[in-house]
Design a protein. Structure first.
Length: 359
């Protein structure tokens, strides 16, 4: 059995006995289609929160309905296939007008289903990774390995089984394959805010800056995929750009307010770098010894003003040369300039180069 991965770390295909089963993902790394060796396909649909709400196979669509984060109904059109009772975990299911109650092993995997008269209707035994070693009974039950944690078993993908955990069924839609004891999709930190569609846009109101402090946006500590590495390039670029924009807008708005600052500007003024890739705060050393103190006071003075917020938005959504005035105590105006990078373009270019290199 051979598996291949795409540049984001997702399982792109499975080859067994010479038969290839491709998997298709969207830009959020959600599996949206599996093309079976028979030529048929399975298509998955998701809502705006990332919950999987539909599965279509052989022209038949199964719909999933949630109460908050809990799966409570499976349906096919107007026909209700199953109701699930959730408490502190999954308690029971009702299917074909009969109720069945879950019993779990020490790991939280479903080892048995009993009916209302406490008769055992099905049993399942697994190995440590979730492969089914032995099963009895004919009750339809998708909650098997780690069923107490609402892991949902997905059958029919070329006679194999994949598990879609309910926490991931509901959020990142990560399939776990017990045959290889790993997920089919790349994993992100829980604080990872949004994946990036590098072909069409960036973070937030794409590709514009969303109005959030980039230092509050998490990055990967040790990214292993092109998506994660490109994300770090993008956010680190935004952070440097944000530092520059805060400084320039503080001085600009202060000048508009007539606020003079007591800075000893180096002479001659250093020439700003021409490379748009430079994202460190400007100006370079040497800078006035009281630069930080003056800047802090200015930001505190102007940060709540409409002009400052407007300037910050314009600066963060601009690229190329950016100039701003500094009104000195001598009534002289010094114009400072630096180059604003296109952070989305930097992340996108890195992502494409990374993907090309991983092929």
């Amino acid at each position: 059995m051979l598996f291949t991965n795409d540049c984001s770390g997702n399982m792109a295909s499975k080859t067994e006995n010479g038969q290839i089963t491709p998997c298709v993902y969207n830009y959020e790394d959600k599996m949206v289609q599996v093309i079976l060796t028979s030529g048929a396909s399975i298509v998955y649909n998701y809502d705006h929160e990332g919950k999987r709400i539909g599965k279509t196979m052989d022209g038949t669509t199964k719909d999933y309905y949630f109460d908050g984060d809990d799966l409570i109904i499976e349906a096919q059109g107007e026909n209700i296939l199953a109701y699930y009772t959730q408490g502190q975990g999954l308690i029971s299911q009702r299917r074909n007008n009969a109720s069945y109650f879950y019993h779990y092993d020490g790991l939280g995997s479903t080892k048995a289903l009993t009916d209302a008269n406490q008769n055992i209707q099905s049993t399942t035994i697994y190995d440590a990774w979730g492969n089914i070693l032995q099963a009895s009974g004919a009750i339809t039950n998708p909650f098997l390995y780690l069923g107490a944690s609402n892991w949902y078993a997905e059958f029919g993908i070329d006679s194999s089984v994949l598990y879609l955990s309910a926490n991931t069924v509901l959020s990142t839609s990560t399939f776990y394959n017990p045959a290889i004891a790993r997920s089919t999709t790349s994993k992100r930190p829980r604080t990872f805010p949004f994946p990036i569609d590098w072909e069409h846009g960036g973070y937030g109101p794409w590709p514009n800056w969303p109005g959030e402090d980039p230092y509050d946006i998490p990055i990967f500590p040790n990214p292993r995929t092109c998506q994660g590495k490109a994300w770090n390039v993008y956010i680190n670029c935004l952070r440097g750009k944000y530092s520059n924009c805060k400084q320039s807008c503080a001085f600009l708005v202060a000048a508009l307010m007539g606020k003079r600052v007591d800075l000893q500007i180096p002479s001659p003024l250093p020439t700003p770098p021409s490379s748009a890739a430079v994202v460190q705060p400007w100006p370079p050393k040497p800078i006035p010894s009281n630069w930080g103190e003056v800047l802090m006071n200015l930001i505190e003075l102007v940060s709540n003003s409409f002009q400052y917020r407007l300037c910050l938005g314009q600066c963060m959504n601009s690229e190329g040369p950016w100039e701003f005035p500094i009104l000195l105590k001598t009534d002289k105006i010094e114009w400072w300039k630096f180059n604003l990078p296109n952070c989305f373009a930097e992340g996108r270019d890195f992502y494409k180069q990374c993907c090309e290199g991983s092929k």
